[in-house]
Design a protein around this ligand. Sequence first.
Ligand SMILES: NC(=O)C1=CN([C@@H]2O[C@H](COP(=O)(O)OP(=O)(O)OC[C@H]3O[C@@H](n4cnc5c(N)ncnc54)[C@H](OP(=O)(O)O)[C@@H]3O)[C@@H](O)[C@H]2O)C=CC1
Ligand SMILES: O=C(O)CCCC(=O)O
Length: 483
Amino acid sequence: MLTLNNPALLRTECYLNGEWVTADTGDTLSVTNPATGKIIATVPACSAAQTRAAIDGAALAQPDWRKRTAAARAKVLHAWHQLILAHQEDLAQLMTAEQGKPLAEARGEIAYAAAFIQWFAEEGKRTYGDVIPSPFPNSRIVVIKEPVGVCAAITPWNFPTAMITRKVAPALAAGCAMVVKPAEQTPLSALALAVLAEQAGIPAGIFNVITGDPRVIGGELTANEKVRKLSFTGSTAVGRLLMQQCAPTLKKLSLELGGNAPFIVFDDADLDAAVAGAMASKYRNSGQTCVCANRFLVQASVYNAFAEKLAQAVTTLKVGHGTEVDVTQGPLIDEAALCKVESLIADAVAGGANILNGGRRHALGGTFYVPTVLTNVLPTMRVAKEEIFGPVAPLFKFETEAEAIQMANDTEFGLAAYVYARDIGRVWRVSEALEYGMVGINSGVISTEVAPFGGQKSSGLGREGSKYGIDEYMEIKYLHMGL
Ligand SMILES: NC(=O)C1=CN([C@@H]2O[C@H](COP(=O)(O)OP(=O)(O)OC[C@H]3O[C@@H](n4cnc5c(N)ncnc54)[C@H](OP(=O)(O)O)[C@@H]3O)[C@@H](O)[C@H]2O)C=CC1
Ligand SMILES: O=C(O)CCCC(=O)O
């Protein structure tokens, strides 16, 4: 039973143009608690016509929002930030109910999500232009930055709140309007954000949340020429599809897609620190993040010691319902995620990998899985190539620095990588050789609103967070001024 201090945060209509609406067809989607398998709410399955109307409303509202000063927009964003923090506990409860992550992680995500709003409220004041020395005596060249206009965001279920604010906060701070389609599994967190946005005074039409069939809503968001920018976080397959769909209207794109993060442990690493970093990186959100370590590459001379220490640390994890005290591992999001984990482990074991811990469903049933460590894993196995998105740590062995780099880069993905070593020369060489957008050095935690988050290769385009993140929502305009 979901009991909130403020029941108004459990909203089950969509927020479009400042109004709370049901689907024009009356269709709905069910929201399930992955820990219990029980339906906790239904939300509208909105139509393409409703999506179009939301875009039209955003296009009407955006010019006035854009005209406000950055300081005036910041005032509203700061109010939203404060409201989110004031309701942190309720928002975390909602998130755990629909997503499954432990309450402590959900509280952390709410704080993380709010931090993007605070950060970009301030960054909006610093969208400086430029003055370029003119090559002509009778003209001057000035560069200004302007909001791109109406934006759309399609967001995933693994971070139901932070992946929305990481996109919406820079968009709104820049003077854009935004239409968000959250994941089907986690619409309640998105709708609760809209409740607080309305209270904070974000004008009607500037922030919209629409739920429903991804192909119907995504089809309109990508085809509609009034939408000038799409930001997506999710799988590489869907990212590619959306990029194709945006091609005819040539939208600006930010794509934050899948990863296959190597976590490299060299023989000079502090092994206890490496294990602590591995735990933080691998088992966050039960392994369901795009920056989770996917492949542990361990130098041969410390392989057994690292494996033993990691296996020991994994026994301290507690699997259970996210609402229970001390639980560190919630359920996987759904049966498909569980089956993927099982098939990756089966493939590795068939190829000769050993199970050091776990390797089985948890006695709680449902989609709970026992945190797993695999040794003797080979680069030819599926687990080396695919994003696991579950609590499984496969350990690969390497001999030399060159081999570690080759193995780390042997993937189509390039989001996050991790390196544990003490030799400063090696740290620089390896960090520069890694074809990744982010490198954690002696650190398993890299996410913060102040740093640029994003990937290379099939992991996507663009950067989120940091001073760079707001540029994704701005166009550069150059003014050539004759004297
Ligand atoms: N980079 C990351 O952070 C993430 C990576 N993934 C990876 O993807 C795998 C599958 O997860 P999954 O949830 O299916 O990821 P998806 O990429 O399918 O979903 C992410 C978002 O895209 C939407 N979407 C899906 N298909 C379309 C479409 N045709 N048009 C428009 N929008 C669409 C989803 O909507 P809806 O929910 O309504 O289907 C959701 O809002 C995971 O196992 C993981 O490997 C997943 C999530 C996040
Ligand atoms: O998995 C993701 O899609 C985003 C990771 C969350 C973060 O670390 O910011």
